[in-house]
Design a protein around this ligand. Structure first.
Ligand code: AMP
Length: 111
């Protein structure tokens, strides 16, 4: 059980920007860019490495939502979509999610 599960279940409020039956997206509480959204498959999956092959279609869903939100938030010319897998990579919430970052020139390099 994670904070994101509570958000999905409506027990914890969020600044929601998208929801359908399989994915929810909301604003990150500690934004690292002018636009910082989290795109979260509702199914409880710990991280990318734990994604079972039958759930791979969820990644397509996430990308579709990212494209739509990038348009909506007017960052389609430059954004980053990323996931942190494991604490060594900076993962702090162990429910699969993708950061959609944009709204300024993003730093060179990935790490
Ligand atoms: P990660 O470090 O990749 O696991 O990302 C977790 C992200 O969740 C961080 O960027 C946090 O700022 C964000 N976060 C944690 N709690 C909340 C919350 N209640 N609402 C929105 N974002 C949150």
């Amino acid at each position: 059980m994670t904070i994101f599960k509570d958000i999905i279940d409506g027990k914890v409020p969020c600044d929601k920007v998208f929801e359908n039956e399989s994915v929810i997206a909301f604003k990150d509480i500690a934004p690292q860019a002018p636009i910082h959204l989290l795109i979260v498959p509702k199914k409880e999956i710990k991280n990318l490495q734990s994604l079972p092959s039958e759930d791979m279609p969820l990644l397509g869903e996430v990308i579709k939502v990212a494209q739509q939100l990038a348009k909506e938030f007017d960052i389609q010319e430059g954004y980053r979509l990323l996931t942190n897998n494991g604490s060594l990579a900076g993962q702090t919430v162990f429910h699969l999610h993708f950061h959609l970052l944009g709204g300024r020139r993003l730093n060179d390099g990935l790490a």
